[in-house]
Every structure is written in C-alpha cells, then in structure tokens.
Ligand binder design. Structure first.
Ligand SMILES: Cc1ncc(COP(=O)(O)O)c(C=O)c1O
Length: 482
C-alpha cells in the first residue's frame, strides 16, 4: 500500500541505531521502503526539515541519507526541492537486498494507534533534562516527604481493615469535590470524579470514550502536545486553533467539532486567561449536544496577583465539560495522580473504560492523599508553594528585565509555573533554545509547540521549580549566549 507523507516517519525505527549510526540506519530503512514498493516511483518525500523534526534527528542526518540514496540512484534530490523516488521497488529489489544491511530484528507491524503515537513522537522529544529553567515543573524538593510518608504508612498498614472495591476511593473523591468546589468553582458531586495516574491518562480515557476515527478535534495552537497526541492516536482529525488576547479563538465558518481541548485558566504555553465572553461562546457552541469541551486546569493552584478565575466547568449547566487536573504540579510529578471530573451522562461509561484499560491508581496512595488533604497538609503545602513560586516569578522577571531587557521582552503571568519571553529581534526561537541548552539552560521554544506552521515564537521559561540562586545563575549563562 502506498504510504502518505505523514506516515513515513512512523515506518522508520531509529531507536536501536547503535554503532550502525543514525544516518546509515535511516538510509537503510528508506532504501528498504523503496525496494519493497511502499515508496513507489514518483513518490515525493517529506522535506528534510519535516522528516528530521518528525524523527527527532538533525536535519543533516536526513540530508546525508537523501544524498546517499540519490548517489545510489533511488532518489532525485536537488537543493531547494523535495526528494522524489526514481525507481519502482521491483527494479531495485535485488540490488537493495544486497546493499541493505539486514536489520537486526524485523520491523514490527504497528497498529494505527501506535504508528500515530510514534509519528507524533510524544512524549520522547518533549523530555528535556531537568535543569534550570525547564518549564512545566514545580519544585519537588520542597514537598513535605516526611508528612506524606506518615500518611502513606498509616494507609498501607490500615489496608486490611479497608473495604476492597471502589477503584475511585470515596474519601478522596469527596475531599477533591470539596476542594474543587471551594477553590476552583467546579460544580460536581464526588461520584463524578475518577482518580487516574495522571492528567495524560484522563485525556487518553476521554479519547477512548468519545472519539470515533475521523472525528474533528480542536486544540489550542500553540498548545500542549500531549493533548494533540492523545486525540490523534485515537484517530481524530486534530485542528489547531490560533489564539488572541482572549485565548483560543472562536473561528467563524468552521462546523462544530466533536471535542475541543483547552486550558482556559492559564493557556499552555502562553499563560493567557480566556475571557468570560469567550468561555460563554464556547459553552454555547457545545450546547446543542454534539461538542464536548475538555478543560485542562493543569496549574490552576498557582495564582499570585489576584483571585483565581473559576473553572469553565462551573459555568456549564448542560453537562458538556470534562474537567481534568493533576497533582504533578501541586505536589510532585512522581506521585502519579491526576483526576477527571466527568459529565454526568458519561460517568458510568468512563468507569467501565477506566477498569477495562486499567487506568487505576493504587488504593493506599489514594487513601494517603485523602488523609493528606483532610489533615490540612495539602492546602498548607499549596500556600507555601504559592509564596515561593510568586517570589521566584518576580526574581526571574526582574532578572530578565535587568540583564536581558534589550533582547527579550517578558510577559508577566498572574499565575502558573512558567512564563513567556519574546525575542525582540527575529523569530528564531528554536535556534536560541538550542544555543541555550548547549550552554546548560533548558527552555522550550514556543514554535516547537505548534501543530503546523508556527503562529507564535518565544521562549517558555520555568520559574516555580528553581531556586532564586539557580535562576540567577541561569540568567548569567543566558546573558552570555545573546
Ligand atoms: C497543559 C498540561 N496538561 C497536562 C499535563 C500532564 O500532567 P500529568 O503529568 O498529570 O500527565 C501537563 C504536563 O506537563 C501539562 O503541561
């Protein structure tokens, strides 16, 4: 079967390049795809830039592979034009078999779900070293492990007396329902809450429950890549919707999709707050009952300058909003707990799906968290982290303005754990991020979070996870890189 442009990267496996080298392995695999006829005569390959991005390798690796195959007569490749396959598989099969080093093991045939995930490369290329100023993290070093350990011990020891059974522990669901109602304006009964190993698990569960392959899903662009990956893997057509000052845009003329994913309280990555008018427009769009909204409130606990804006879910009276949260930021990522507040009509379906897929969090950990919340430790920890992160935000903003003010302009977020700094000259945020990581400072280029052609540029810098001394050192390094 011929292969579409977007599928090529999914058919290439560079994981075990070993001493064979990336270029040799890529060359060999492209050669095999041609020889087997999967890339037929006249097939136009993706640009070297796109293939490099999809595979997570340097552009040079792809360019060398194309040049080698051109020299062997498989491709026509010239500067500035896309490479084209010049032979039919059968013509070259014998030669290819002779020329291709036998793969150490056969290429496994993957499901469309796994191919999509590999192609999106989520989360592999997203993982950067955990060093200042990597965004997306809170400071796990500040977590009260002693207290948490005591809660865990008590609930582990008390397990024998506890009722086995409920996957979503009622004590934790009740504590969460109360916390979300009083702190985030979420309107839900405890029975609507599912406890999961992460927010990402919630997205996978939602996709499994409501997406039929071919359905349209809208996501913010730039946005959180884990969401696009989860919905694409389930077969959805994912469309990126640009942002304006009010958040995700309401684009006229597009038919309502099956699902809209958004981060209205603190847009990931720009930090923008969705206006009330825009929230109301999206809720109206969902009202006829065809469109679901997924609200990801990943860092809603962190707000500094004003009272937090209540969740969109609290405005929904028609049961069309899924509310997703995580303890990765408010506690520590390795606690592996997130949650989903389900629309009433989907609770039982989602519970069946949760058990079926096995997205179940360990009961003693759930019970320990219920105790941690009930005893006031969770709110106390949040208050402390808010104070700390507030000071760190101000430290980073002040330092950026003082030392890098001529090259970067800072957008000061009123909440969250990271901020955006725009390049005053040019739009080469990926080149700048690369230079910085080579110098030891981890940032994320906003354009790397685009779905297609980037609409936005800048650097995403984390502050909540880093001590003021670490932020100062990173700023000194950054100043030497411009
Ligand atoms: C916007 C957003 N949503 C969800 C998540 C995932 O959270 P979890 O670790 O619970 O899967 C992240 C993590 O970085 C995020 O940035």
């Amino acid at each position: 079967m011929p292969v579409s442009e977007s599928m090529i990267a999914g058919l290439i496996d560079l994981d075990r390049a070993g001493d064979e080298g990336l270029t040799a392995r890529l060359t060999g695999q492209l050669r095999s795809l041609i020889a087997s006829g999967r890339l037929g005569k006249g097939h136009v390959l993706p640009s070297s830039r796109r293939l490099a991005r999809d595979l997570g390798v340097s552009r040079n690796t792809v360019t060398y592979a194309f040049e080698q195959l051109a020299a062997e007569g498989y491709l026509a490749a010239s500067h500035g034009r896309r490479a084209v396959v010049t032979v039919d598989g059968a013509e070259r099969l014998d030669a290819a078999e002779a020329a291709t080093p036998r793969p150490r093991s056969g290429q496994p045939r993957l499901s469309p779900w796994a191919s999509q995930l590999k192609q999106t490369d989520w989360p592999m290329s997203y993982l950067a070293p955990l060093k200042p100023l990597r965004p997306g993290h809170c400071d796990a070093r500040e977590f009260p492990y002693e207290i948490w350990g005591r809660c865990l011990r008590r609930t582990a020891v008390g397990a024998a007396k506890r009722e086995l059974g409920p996957v979503n522990r009622p004590r934790l669901c009740a504590a969460l329902a109360h916390y979300l109602a009083t702190n985030r304006g979420v309107r839900a009964g405890a029975e609507q809450i599912l406890i999961l190993p992460s927010a990402q698990a919630a997205l996978t569960l939602i996709a499994a429950a409501v997406i039929t392959p071919g359905d349209e899903v809208w996501v913010e662009d730039p946005g959180y890549p884990g969401a696009a990956a989860a919905f694409r893997a389930s077969g959805a057509r994912v469309t990126g919707i640009g942002l304006d000052e009010q958040g995700m845009q309401r684009v006229a003329g597009l038919a309502p999709p099956t699902l809209i994913f958004m981060t209205p309280s603190h847009q990931h990555p720009t930090g923008r707050l969705m206006s009330l008018a825009r929230r109301t427009e999206f809720l109206k769009l969902s009202r006829p009952g065809k469109t679901w909204i997924v609200e990801d409130d990943y860092d809603g606990e962190f707000h500094y300058d004003s009272r937090p804006v209540p969740a969109l879910q609290g405005l929904d009276v028609h049961g069309r909003v899924f509310y997703v949260g995580t303890f990765s930021k408010a506690m520590t990522p390795d606690i592996r707990l997130g949650y989903l507040v389900a629309p009433p009509a989907l609770v039982s379906t989602l519970e069946i799906a949760q058990r079926h897929i096995g997205l179940i969090a360990a009961s003693p950990v759930q019970e320990a968290l219920a105790e941690f919340i009930a005893d006031g430790h969770f709110l106390a920890h949040l208050r402390r982290m808010r104070r700390l992160s507030h000071a760190r935000r101000d430290h980073l903003v002040g330092g950026l303005q003082r030392h890098l003010g001529d090259v970067l302009s800072v957008e000061v977020p009123s909440g969250g754990i990271q901020l955006v700094a725009r390049l005053k000259r040019g739009r080469a945020d990926q080149a700048v991020a690369k230079r910085l990581v080579e110098a030891g400072v981890v940032t994320r280029a906003i354009s790397s979070l685009a779905l297609g052609q980037p609409r936005d540029h800048g650097l995403l810098l984390g502050f909540a996870a880093w001590r003021e001394s670490e932020i100062s050192a990173a700023l000194r390094t950054m100043a030497s890189c411009f």
